[in-house]
Write a protein that binds this ligand. Structure first.
Ligand code: GYE
Length: 316
């Protein structure tokens, strides 16, 4: 009847579910893919109007974006939290206004009663995977590690750092020589790697970058200094995200390992919203599953060998 017709034609603005997404920024290819995934999913055809705000990796801007969503009286607010701390006040404001909040992608340090649901990935597990893989590959060889962390205060960085550290602590002959933030950007990765090379040239055999873009920057810095990495090089290079380009470098043997983190989360968030709309039970927390990929020819209990087939299926 009328509802079906309404869906088939351009949706009536009043019928659309109004959703605000306070997005982290545009720091990485992962983020670009995540933004596109929301734009492709929260469409008018699917019954939504989407207001997506790029918060430029600025916590104050993100709080302001959420406050604006509350003031506009949107139906749902989605937040990909830049940092995990500092959310109590604005979440209370959303709750007082009766607007459900879904935390997406990253985690926050706030009581669960302050938000409706969470959908995201498990950075701590990703860090553990990287560490276990390295242990398996090195056997009893020593590891002198340089780590380029993600953005300071972001759960994606905190979790990866802690998970990896747990594995480092199990090896007497492993050492993290230094660990600095590259802010999840290619430029940041390059700058940190250049300064690491000045301080530690000849002293490291493992570089861990907490996302693919940082790893591209680190490769540029190592190339410029004549340092070799990857399966045929002196340095084992580990990255996180497993975006298309990251997996291409893995297939080429430039990355030894790329630990996946899946940015395709919008449909899962939409499913939660639809359940709330229909007054059905929904999951308070939904974890998006990840795996890990290593260069061809490397057998591992913790990662899959990358193939051209897997790469070709990776759209982002
Ligand atoms: O790894 C990085 C992005 O929050 C999991 O943020 C996400 C991270 C991702 O900028 O590339």
């Amino acid at each position: 009847g009328a509802a079906a017709m309404g869906m088939a034609m351009t949706a009536n603005a009043a019928d659309l579910i109004k959703v605000g997404y306070a997005q982290v920024g545009h720091e990485s290819d992962w983020r670009t893919a995540n933004t596109k995934n929301y734009q492709d999913t929260f469409t008018e055809d699917n019954g939504y109007s989407l207001e997506l705000v790029d918060c430029d990796n600025d916590h104050a801007k993100q709080i302001e974006a959420v406050r604006n969503f509350i003031q506009e009286g949107l139906d749902y607010i989605i937040i990909a939290p830049i940092q995990s701390a500092g959310w109590d006040t604005v979440l209370q404001e959303a709750q007082d206004a009766g607007i459900p909040v879904i935390i997406a992608d990253r985690e926050i340090d706030a009581d669960e009663s302050l938000y409706t649901a969470w959908v995201g990935t498990a950075p701590h597990d990703e860090g553990v995977t990287a560490g276990k893989w390295l242990g398996e590959q090195l056997g009893d060889k020593e590891a002198n590690i340089l780590q380029i962390e993600g953005s300071v205060g972001a759960s994606a960085a905190i979790g990866r750092t802690e998970g990896f550290q747990e594995e480092v602590d199990k090896h007497d002959n492993w050492k993290i020589l230094d660990s600095q933030s590259g802010d999840f950007t290619q430029d940041g990765g390059q700058q940190v790697m250049e300064s690491f090379i000045k301080s530690y040239e000849g002293k490291f055999n493992v570089v861990v970058c907490q996302n693919d873009n940082e790893a591209y920057g680190a490769m540029d810095a190592m190339d410029a200094a004549g340092i070799t990495y990857g399966v045929d090089g002196d340095v084992t290079l580990i990255s996180y995200d497993a975006t298309h380009d990251g997996l291409q470098y893995t297939l080429d043997g430039k990355f030894n390992l790329d630990v996946e983190c899946n940015p395709i989360q919008a449909q899962t968030v939409s499913d939660v919203i639809q359940k709330i709309q229909n007054k059905e039970d929904y999951e308070k927390k939904t974890l998006i599953k990840d795996e890990a990929f290593n260069a061809p020819g490397i057998k591992s209990e913790f990662a899959t060998e990358i193939t051209k087939d897997i790469l070709d299926k990776r759209a982002y």
